[in-house]
Design a protein around this ligand. Structure first.
Ligand SMILES: Nc1ncnc2c1ncn2[C@@H]1O[C@H](COP(=O)(O)OP(=O)(O)O)[C@@H](O)[C@H]1O
Ligand SMILES: [Mg+2]
Length: 147
C-alpha cells in the first residue's frame, strides 16, 4: 500500500533564471522546481512599477522562508544585482540557472508561439544584446548552465 506523504519542506532559496525569451526557462522551472513559488514580471504585464513590485513580492516570500524562483530573462548583471542583494539581506542562498540557448533557436521557438507568448523580435534581440552569462562574481552561491 502506498500513501501520499507530505512533501519534504523545500529549504528557502532564491533561484534567478537567466535566458532569452524562448530559451525554455518556464518549461524548466515547471519540470524541475515544482515546489518553488514562481515570481515573474510577466504575471503583471500591464502593471506600473513592475520591478519594484517584484522586489516587494520576493522580499516578502523570502522573509516567510519560501523557496522562490524569479522567471524573467534577467540577461544583465545590473538586472540581477537587486535580486542577489534581496537574497543576501534575507540570508538565503541565491543561485542562477542559465539556459544557454542560441538566439536563432529562441527565434524559431518564438516564431511558433502565438498571442502574448510571442515577443517582438526587437525584444528578443535587445535581450540578446544585453546578455552576459551569470557568474559567481555577482554574488551567486551557485551558477548552473544548461545547454
Ligand atoms: N528543452 C527544450 N527543447 C525544445 N523546446 C523547448 C525546450 N524547452 C522549451 N521548449 C519550447 O520552447 C518554447 C519556449 O519555452 P518556454 O519555457 O516558454 O521559454 P521561456 O520561458 O524562456 O520564454 C515553448 O514552445 C517550449 O515548448
Ligand atoms: Mg517564460
Amino acid at each position: 500500500m502506498s500513501r501520499a506523504q507530505p512533501a519534504e519542506p523545500i529549504p528557502a532559496e532564491l533561484v534567478v533564471m537567466v535566458g532569452l525569451p524562448g530559451s525554455g526557462k518556464s518549461t524548466w522551472v515547471a519540470a524541475h522546481l515544482p515546489g518553488h513559488t514562481v515570481v515573474s514580471k510577466d504575471h503583471w504585464p500591464r502593471a506600473r512599477h513592475r520591478e519594484a513590485r517584484q522586489r516587494r513580492v520576493v522580499t516578502a516570500l523570502l522573509a516567510d522562508g519560501v523557496a522562490v524562483v524569479v522567471d524573467n530573462t534577467s540577461p544583465s548583471p545590473a538586472e540581477r544585482a537587486p535580486l542577489v542583494e534581496l537574497a543576501r539581506t534575507a540570508g538565503v542562498p541565491v543561485r542562477a540557472v542559465f539556459l544557454d540557448v542560441p538566439v536563432d533557436t529562441c527565434r524559431e521557438r518564438n516564431d511558433r508561439r502565438t498571442g502574448r507568448a510571442r515577443v517582438p523580435l526587437v525584444g528578443l534581440y535587445a535581450a540578446a544584446g544585453r546578455l552576459v552569462p551569470p557568474s559567481a562574481d555577482e554574488g551567486f552561491d551557485r551558477v548552473d548552465v544548461l545547454r
